[in-house]
Design a protein around this ligand. Structure first.
Ligand SMILES: [Zn+2]
Length: 473
């Protein structure tokens, strides 16, 4: 990077831009006599006019920051000035633009994001003010801190001012800024910006709703998002059973059991459409079910019970579905219809397992599905839901039982409970619990030859279950 000296100050332009050099000359001129205390100025206008100003050793003057800020502002504004000086005097001057142009731009972006979000989420999912409470519950720096290493020199932690190398683009400098008080981040390099929700969404490749759910879980607010009443499919299944089996007598019994005799008798079409076999009958049944569920007086549960005992054969499916989906909710994570589009890999995360995972990933490469590892997540309570989601959507779950790692065993238990196909692997057969030994586990040695053999054998098992990758021909 070429640089030049102007009045004894070394000026460097990151992108070798003549206009940056001329701006830095103006800054030196503006600072006046104090410029003799400055060693160098560095500028990066692509990062939105960011400057780094180094003060000569032993030449600190308290008037320097103001003088530097004022003369830089006079050249048209700046996003950040990093003043580098001895004795803990280094500091960052926050963005200052005439009319605070940059701040306005950020706020506009925030508003657009928020508007999009509300329209996406306004389907009864979010209670009022939920997003604000969510943002207040988890500091942005805590979440971002899982992906970056803070630049302790540039950051001012007590002020909620954090800097790091950007997690969204490749860089050696630290142009990623987190303002914990505003709850906003901005990268002066790639201009990535947003709040805690956009961060999780973009970083973990999620939909907005998934990101909100994940954060809600971390914040302990997830119970507010869960539906309080049984899901609609249960109603529809009950309707099927009633339409198939109910006589007038059944309705009268339901009236007695639930206390809804009045509704059932006074409904002008329900019993009538039943006896005349009218086409609106199913609709009338559904109307009653929806009314019962909405009332929340316990009648709906009583009806479920009545049907379960009266039509045990037909109702088996109905009650089992309801019970099963409630039991499948773990630690606040709501089990959903599996996508079966990944191969979940549960293993300890010590570095010695790195080559093991590489071998597993290669074996998965033989199939159409990618491997995904539940990585390091147990060190952060934030993301236990990540593991549950991973297991939920896995077509096959590979569990490395080596060393009897307790987290892997926990995950194995959930995978079994959710009916997943599990392939246990281990470096030591003694690590496989007795009652799992009838499963076909796969032993391997953690060395070059051993991993090659494991990769081959695992590849065979996986393709036996999942078929071959389309590009394997
Ligand atoms: Zn960036």
């Amino acid at each position: 990077m070429p640089s030049e000296f102007y009045k004894g100050v070394e000026l460097t332009s990151r992108h070798e831009l003549a206009h940056e050099i001329s701006k830095m000359r103006q800054i030196v001129d503006g600072i006046g006599v104090l410029s003799s205390c400055i060693e160098s100025i560095w500028c990066d206008s692509k990062a939105g006019a960011s400057y780094s100003v180094a003060v000569k050793p032993g030449k600190w003057r308290d008037a320097l920051p103001d003088a530097i800020a004022a003369s830089t502002y006079a050249t048209g504004g700046y996003n950040a000035i990093y003043i580098e000086a001895e004795d803990d005097r280094s500091r960052i001057l926050d963005a200052d633009w005439p009319g605070d142009a940059m701040e306005m731009e950020l706020l506009d972006a925030a508003e657009v994001v928020e508007a999009e979000r509300v329209s996406q989420l306004q389907k009864g999912l979010l209670p009022n003010g939920f997003l604000d409470r969510l943002r207040a519950a988890i500091p942005l720096s805590e979440v971002v801190g899982r992906w970056v290493k803070w630049d302790a020199r540039k950051s001012n932690f007590s002020k909620g001012d954090y800097w790091a190398a950007c997690p969204f683009h490749d860089e050696t400098t630290t142009s990623f800024h987190v303002d914990d008080q505003k709850g906003f981040y901005y990268c002066f390099g790639c201009h990535a910006k947003g709040d805690i929700i956009t961060f999780v969404k973009d970083k973990q490749n999620l939909s907005m709703i998934q990101a909100v759910r994940r954060l809600a879980f971390a914040a302990g607010l997830d119970h507010e998002l869960l539906p309080a009443t049984p899901a609609p499919p249960t109603i529809l299944q009950l309707k099927e059973v009633i339409v198939e089996n109910f006589t007038k007598e059944h309705f009268l019994e339901v009236g007695i059991v639930t206390g809804w005799t009045n509704y059932i008798r006074s409904h002008d079409r329900l019993l009538r459409s039943l006896s005349w076999n009218d086409p609106d009958y199913a609709g009338n049944v559904l109307e009653m079910l929806a009314a019962m569920e909405a009332r929340g007086d316990g009648s709906f549960a009583k009806l479920q019970e009545y049907i379960a005992t009266t039509f045990s054969e037909q109702a088996h499916v109905v009650t089992q579905t309801a019970v099963f989906s409630a039991a499948k909710s773990v630690l606040g994570y709501q089990y959903t219809t599996p996508r079966n589009d990944i191969i979940g890999v549960m293993m300890p995360f010590q570095p010695s397992f790195g080559p093991v995972y590489d071998a597993i990933r290669e074996a998965c490469g033989d199939t159409p599905l990618p491997a995904k590892r539940a990585d390091e997540v147990w060190t952060h309570s934030t993301v236990i839901s990540d593991i549950l989601e991973l297991i939920n959507h896995s077509a096959v779950v590979i569990c490395d039982l080596t060393g009897r790692n307790e987290n892997v065993f926990y995950e194995l238990g959930i995978a079994h409970a959710w009916g997943k196909t599990v392939i246990p692997i281990t470096q030591n057969a003694a690590d496989v619990p007795f009652d799992l030994r009838h499963h076909r586990y796969l032993s391997y040695l953690n060395n070059g030859e051993g991993l090659k053999a494991m990769r081959r054998e695992l590849g065979k098992r996986l393709t036996g279950l999942l078929g071959h990758s389309p590009d394997e021909f």
